[in-house]
Design a protein around this ligand. Structure first.
Ligand code: C2E
Ligand code: CA
Ligand code: CA
Length: 909
């Protein structure tokens, strides 16, 4: 630049005459004239010539201004700057200064006291160029009024347009970097931070002074995701740009994730350094991790639920659960303790660094009743910090010492607690709600497994006897019949089985209440026992059905005598709760002399005979008559008739609602059950009926088995399928509370047909039904008959989008684990368990356990055969989703169901 030549060569301090050809020679001459001495004049003239040359060749511009800023003199070099010759400016008030800058300049001059002699000030201003546009100048102005040679203001200025453009650029870039939302960090070739923009500083709440000069890995410590930060830095310094996710922990321990792009700085002095641009993706990463961990938890719950179904070993289930909790949540320790007495627990499973091994009983401090603490809570007990938690002030649980935080969850219910699950971490850990829920699900699985183990134990314990009366049950009776049969083979004696069924017991039971009914059954059992010989067996087969195995009879007459003895024994009134009750029984007899008759045959014949007895007016006995074998012939008749029925469209579908229980907002156990029909979405099961021309409506019990045997079930099934879908079409097109989803029964034979799926698909299309409205019911035994084919078929149906339900659940108890292989969405608990749910502990345990496990597996549970409000209340309390039974409606024609619903809705209005 022209800087050095400017002030040095033209300083008014040298009192040089700055005259040029374009200056004012007269004035300059008058200065010189004051000097009298000729030599001096000579020297001055030379100096003057030198100064003039200097000014001519200088690129700086010099000017002398009057106090009113008008130009007295200006150097030629102004032409280089503005394109105008110097003459243009003489006497003028301004130098074509940009109006904005002029205003500023005047203000600045006043502010800096330029009117004082010797004062100076520096301006930056724009001058107009002849060709248009502006030139930036830096102008130094000094007051030289007291210099006799000048007596004016000396201006000295030069072009800074290029410099100005460059610095403006840099300022702009810096501003840009500072204001972008992304974090920008630069580091030198040693990896020390040289720059961080605002967004980057905000990240850790740092100040620029704090971080500049610090090594990058120290400011962004402990990378845990992706590559370690110094490896990344090395890669970048070797010239390879890098982008990816990085994690680091802030000084306060919070973990942040960034998506970063790093590159080498190539230009200028920063060469070898690294620049990184990063976006904070912490919340996205959190969301992603949250989702992943949720999925992991869900699959763990389902895996463990299935395991609990498949195994009876509680220890193994507990160990798997402790394992899963530990690994899924990344704990330091986890334990499952069984509560074995006051203040006493036994470790059943432990994981990680838990200090007490399985089988030991840690001594509790006594001051702290952990169990009570957990019992008092609705959900899991969360301890954020054992040391500061007031609940642990008096005493730390022995395991609390080295752990910082934890969650303790009760296993079982407050009334039926099993123990606790303890999850521990050495770190301060939040255990968010979804993690606590996960732990709760694990304990639910475990408590269900516990209940199931208990039910199993009870079942085997009482396996052979009826709990109410203490009499042998059906299983034991069969065993005794078969043993006796073997004996009579050698002794040639009469063996008889008498089936004793109380008349109208159900009425009595309903009228007196179940407790009284039970007492009556016990009394009946006692009288029957007194009426038989000691070698005979009295058994209770269930409900109001008893059986006597008579091994003491010589001939059939003895058996008839026994039958009338039994009737006589029941004749006197029973006194139950202070009232006299009269009981009669219908007795069916099966008697054989040969030793080849099986218990099955005995019981079936006795059953048939008993029904005859009932038919012929009750309170009597009938002996099984081979003439009854007519039934076999009758069967043939039925086959032909059934075939004809199919041809003549005599088959219809009856509907039985499956009402929602959980839809009851208050879950009121005493609500009018009728209301369930109009609450929530109604479902219904299709049950086939035969409109027999002579016999009237015949239920499936009379012909389904036969249809199955003969294969007629296949066309029959198709008739039902079409009838059911047709009805569903009608219901779906009206919006009046009519069923939204239907169940259709599938028999084993149907399931084994490879054409089934095609038939179903075509029928759905024909009736324009979305498959999600249809559920097929299959029994466990249907699957067991041909598991591979069944599973394949069910998967095909499932793939079509149909729902699948396991029907009569519980009757195939041993094959529970099969559920796992089936794509089922629903489970229907068999009527047999529901009828016992209010007064049989084992039934209640099984139903409760089944509901909880089914829920753990994500299945909808439907209870079958609900007949009483008590059963409904119990099921509601157990969380059963739906129920079906006479309590709401018998299976009825669609029109009748429509009527019920219309009536219901008019009641509501
Ligand atoms: P399921 O599938 O278990 O049907 C339920 C049976 O329980 C029905 O008998 C129903 O009337 C009866 N039920 C419902 N609620 C109660 C109650 O509260 N108390 C009592 N005691 N019983 C109740 P249903 O209609 O006689 O049918 C008998 C069986 O015949 C059905 O048992 C099912 O296995 C079979 N079935 C019915 N329709 C079809 C069909 O279209 N195809 C096939 N393959 N089987 C069918
Ligand atoms: Ca069914
Ligand atoms: Ca069923």
């Amino acid at each position: 630049m022209t800087e050095p030549s400017g002030p040095g060569g033209t300083s008014p301090g040298r009192k040089a005459d700055p005259s040029t050809s374009s200056g004012d020679p007269a004035q300059i001459r008058s200065f010189v004239a004051r000097d009298a001495e000729a030599d001096a004049r000579q020297a001055a003239r030379r100096a003057h010539a030198e100064a003039s040359a200097l000014l001519r060749h200088s690129r700086d511009v010099v000017a002398i201004l009057e106090t009113d800023y008008s130009v007295r003199w200006i150097s030629e070099s102004i032409e280089d700057l503005t394109g105008h010759p110097a003459e243009r400016y003489l006497g003028s008030l301004h130098l074509d200064v940009h109006p904005d800058d002029l205003q500023v300049a005047i203000e600045q001059a006043e502010a800096s006291g330029l009117s004082r002699p010797g004062a100076t000030t520096l301006y930056t201003m724009r001058l107009a160029h002849r060709l248009g546009g502006w030139r930036w100048c830096e102008m130094h102005l000094s007051n030289q009024l007291d210099d006799p040679l000048v007596r004016g203001l000396v201006a000295n200025f030069h072009d800074i347009t290029r410099r100005k453009a460059a610095t403006d650029d840099a300022a702009f870039q810096a501003h840009l970097l500072a204001s972008v939302g992304d974090a920008v960090v630069a580091a030198d070739d040693e990896g020390r931070i040289t720059y961080m923009n605002r967004a980057a500083l905000r990240f850790g709440g740092w100040s620029l002074e704090e971080v500049v000069g610090q090594p990058v890995p120290e400011v962004f410590p402990r990378p845990t995701a992706g590559e370690a930060i110094h490896d990344v830095m090395r890669t970048v310094r070797d010239g390879h740009p890098w982008s990816g996710e990085l994690a680091f922990d802030l000084p306060d321990g919070r973990r942040r994730w960034i998506m970063a792009n790093l590159a080498q700085i190539r230009e200028g002095q920063g060469a070898g350094g690294v620049i990184g641009v990063a976006t904070d993706i912490t919340s996205q990463v959190r969301d992603r991790q949250h989702l992943e961990s949720r999925e992991r938890m869900q699959s763990e719950v389902s895996r463990l639920g299935q395991m609990a179904l498949a195994t009876h070993e509680l220890g193994a289930v507990a160990a798997a659960i402790a394992d899963s909790a530990g690994q899924t949540l990344g704990l330091d320790a986890c334990a499952i303790a069984e509560h074995v007495g006051d203040d006493q627990s036994l470790i059943r499973a432990s994981w990680g660094s838990y200090p007490f091994p399985v089988g030991t009983a840690p001594v509790t401090s006594g001051k702290l009743d952990l169990q009570r603490l957990v019992d008092d809570l609705d959900g899991p007990l969360l301890v954020e910090d054992f040391e500061t938690d007031p609940r642990f002030m008096d005493a730390l649980p022995e395991e609390g010492s080295e752990y910082r935080s934890g969650v303790i969850v009760r296993i079982g219910s407050p009334t039926r607690r099993f123990g606790t699950l303890t999850a521990l971490s050495v770190e301060h850990r939040g255990f968010p709600a979804h993690e606590r829920r996960f732990l709760e699900s694990l304990t639910t699985i475990l408590s269900t497994a516990v209940e199931r183990a208990e039910a199993d134990r009870r079942l085997t314990q009482m396996g052979l006897h009826d709990t109410l009366t203490g009499l042998p049950n059906r299983v034991l009776l069969r065993e005794r019949i078969d043993r006796a049969t073997a004996r009579t083979a050698r002794r040639d004696r009469t063996l008889a089985v008498l089936l004793v069924d109380l008349d109208r017991f159900k009425l009595l039971n309903d009228a007196m209440g179940h407790g009284a009914g039970d007492r009556l059954l016990v009394a009946v059992a006692r009288r029957l026992q007194h009426a038989v010989a000691t070698s005979d067996t009295v058994a209770r087969l269930g409900g109001d059905e008893f059986a006597v195995l008579c091994e003491s009879a010589e001939d059939l007459d003895d058996v008839f005598d026994l039958a009338s003895n039994l009737s006589t024994a029941l004749a006197p009134p029973f006194e139950i709760d202070g009232t006299e009750v009269f009981v009669t029984a219908s007795i069916g007899i099966s008697a054989h002399r040969s030793g080849t008759t099986t218990s099955d045959t005995f019981l079936r014949e006795a059953d048939a005979a008993m029904y005859r007895a009932k038919d012929s007016g009750r309170a009597g006995y009938e002996v099984y008559n081979p003439a009854l074998q007519e039934r076999a012939a009758h069967r043939l008749d039925t086959t032909t008739a059934l075939r004809r029925a199919l041809d003549r469209d005599e088959l219809t579908v009856a509907w039985q609602p499956e009402v929602p229980l959980s839809g009851d907002p208050e879950g009121d156990p005493h609500a009018d059950p009728h209301g369930d029909l109009g609450r929530g979405e109604l479902w219904a099961e299709a049950l086939v009926r035969w409109n027999h021309p002579q016999l009237g409506v015949v239920g499936p019990a009379a012909f389904i088995e036969l249809a199955e045997e003969t294969g007629l079930i296949v066309p029959l099934g198709e008739v039902v399928l079409h009838a059911a879908l047709r009805q569903l079409r009608t219901w779906l097109s009206q919006d009046d509370g009519s069923p939204r989803r239907i169940s259709i029964n599938l028999s084993p034979r149907q399931l084994s047909q490879s054409a089934l799926v095609g038939t179903v698909e075509a029928a759905l299309a024909e009736h324009d039904i979305d498959p999600t409205h249809v559920v097929f019911e299959i029994t466990e035994s249907a699957v067991m008959e041909n598991p591979d084919a069944a599973v394949r078929r069910l998967n095909e149906l499932h793939d079509l989008g149909l729902g699948l339900a396991v029907d009569d659940f519980g009757t195939g108890y041993s094959s529970l684990s099969y559920l796992r292989r089936l794509p089922v969405s629903q489970l229907k608990i068999d009527r047999a368990f529901i009828s016992g749910v209010t007064h049989h502990e084992a039934d209640e345990a099984i139903v409760r356990g089944t509901i909880e496990l089914a829920h753990a597996l994500g299945l909808v549970v439907v209870a079958e055969g609900v007949e009483t409000v008590e059963q409904r209340a119990r099921l509601l309390e157990m969380g059963c989703d739906r129920a079906q039974g006479y309590l709401w409606s018998r299976p009825v024609p669609a029109t009748e169901l429509d009527h019920i619903l219309i009536e219901l809705s008019s009641h509501r209005r």
